[in-house]
Design a protein around this ligand. Structure first.
Ligand SMILES: Nc1ncnc2c1ncn2[C@@H]1O[C@H](COP(=O)(O)OP(=O)(O)OP(=O)(O)O)[C@@H](O)[C@H]1O
Ligand SMILES: [Mg+2]
Length: 456
């Protein structure tokens, strides 16, 4: 696994791009449709807030039906929101947004017009004089690699070429904002790949015919290969769950360090609708830095038994003698010792184990205090326990599928070990009363009584 530091951050609160001018801003945008026969309303989008800054490429990633196209249409002023506000270049959007040019999945070309005429349409509507129209259309057609096809009709073109016309038609407008609604998903894989990398190259070259881009897609590769920021849209109703910044250098390759990790993080977010994107990406960050050191498989009862024994012997003891005293084999003893060290309760030097002040306090305390001490040490010193507790805390229902955590651990450990790591973490978490495991539903959850004052 690559160890190059990767700048993968979530920015729901702080926005480094915030110093750039804002091109478009949506505030608390909601959209509901009436159900047929007066059966109430169907809320597609709920409280969407998003900002598009000058010079950035933003991807909006969501599953089918999450409301991506609806949101794009609202931002483009093609349909009104039910409530909320869209402001583009400082002006409220109340009809077709003049800052936006759109590329559709379905190409949407007029079959009775040539390539050139299709590309000129928007300029014609703007009243641009004929000669200028011609010149700009030829330039846009050239830019998308359709030089020589100016007088062809759409039916003579392949899908990939049709979408090039779709791009040229948007490029020719030189819009502030280019919107693309799944522009590659109507194409075969190879054609989509070619067109995507041409768009990426144009963007990287710095002379893109739009100032900012909003790309709607359900394809994670599209997002990671093209975007500076990925907005993850949740469904039912659609809402922005979080943002992932992608600071990979351009031109981008799937093989570059960090690519897979970012893709995995987004994949985990997409496949775990309840997960908090911010917590999740922070967790993946830690994982990439290999900060999930393996937990020793030790029961806390065993660890505290060992600490008590050492305490009884004046706080220090020969490791070799301990094994005999405790009637356990050396491997198990080392698990206990490793756990005690990881938790900061004991140290081992020159074959002697000694208690730390925290370890001494732990064995001397009553049951409630010792649990509190254990909880504190575990949160502070055991990343996996902290990750689980924080993820649960950030999840909507304060519970998550155990499979989610196994998925995260699977990246780091062989399958059986991932399972054992999770079991150990659950055992420790339960002892600390940080979280518990519901075996019937295979879910981890915060304990009832901690919901009020969950861990930081
Ligand atoms: N005019 C409409 N009247 C009623 N329902 C609508 C209307 N337009 C969209 N919807 C519903 O809103 C939901 C979101 O649709 P939308 O097309 O925005 O999703 P999407 O994320 O673009 O999906 P896809 O990935 O399939 O393109 C869907 O359930 C759709 O049926
Ligand atoms: Mg759509």
């Amino acid at each position: 696994m690559a160890t190059t530091p990767i700048n993968l951050t979530v920015m729901q609160k702080a926005a480094p791009t915030a110093t750039r001018p804002v091109l478009l801003q949506a505030t608390k945008v909601c959209k509901a449709f009436d159900l047929p026969d007066g059966k109430g309303i169907f809320t597609v989008l709920q409280d969407i807030n998003l900002t598009i800054y000058e010079g950035e490429f933003v991807a909006l990633l969501g599953k089918s039906g999450s409301g991506k196209s609806t949101l794009l249409r609202i931002l483009a002023g093609l349909i009104p929101p039910s409530s909320g506000l869209v402001v583009s270049s400082g002006k409220p959007v109340e009809g077709p947004n003049p800052d936006v040019a759109m590329v559709f999945q379905s190409f949407a070309l007029l079959p009775w017009l040539t390539v050139q005429e299709n590309v000129e349409l928007g300029l014609k509507a703007q009243g641009v004089p004929r000669e200028e129209r011609r010149r700009r259309a030829l330039q846009a057609i050239d830019r998308v690699g359709l030089d020589g096809f100016e007088s062809a009709y759409p039916k003579e073109l392949s899908g990939g070429m049709k979408q090039r016309v779709g791009l040229a038609r948007a490029f020719v407008m030189q819009p502030s904002l280019l919107f693309m609604d799944e522009p590659f998903s109507g194409l075969d894989v190879l054609t989509a790949e070619n067109l995507r990398s041409e768009v990426a190259d144009l963007w990287a070259a710095g002379n893109f015919p739009a100032r900012s881009v909003l790309l709607v897609t359900h394809n994670i590769d599209d997002a990671v290969l093209l975007a500076d920021r990925v907005l993850i849209l949740g469904a039912n109703p659609g809402r922005v769950r979080g943002e992932v910044r992608i600071d990979l250098p351009r031109p981008r390759e799937r093989t570059m360090p960090g690519y897979e990790q970012i893709k995995d993080a987004i994949y985990l977010a997409m496949t775990n609708p309840e997960a908090d994107v911010q917590q999740l990406v922070a967790g993946i960050d830690r994982r990439m830095e290999k900060r999930f050191p393996p937990l020793p498989h030790a029961r806390i009862g065993g660890v505290s038994g060992l600490l008590e024994l050492v305490d009884e012997r004046g706080g220090a003891y020969e490791v070799a003698e301990l094994a005999g005293e405790l009637h356990i084999d050396a491997d198990d003893l080392w698990h206990f010792l490793d756990a005690a060290r990881l938790l900061g309760f004991a140290e081992v030097h020159n074959g002697r184990v000694s208690l730390t002040p925290a370890g001494h306090a732990f064995v001397e305390a009553d049951i409630l205090e010792s649990k509190e001490l254990f909880r504190r040490q575990a949160l502070e010193r055991v990343p996996l326990v902290r990750f689980i507790a924080n993820t649960l805390k950030g999840s909507k229902r304060a519970e998550m599928d155990a499979e989610f955590f196994l998925d995260v651990l699977d990246e780091h450990f062989p399958a059986d070990e991932a399972q054992r790591q999770l079991e150990t973490a659950v055992e420790w978490g339960r002892y600390a009363e940080l979280f518990e495991y519901d075996a019937d539903r295979n879910r981890l959850r915060l304990p009832e009584e901690s919901l009020a004052d969950a861990p930081a």
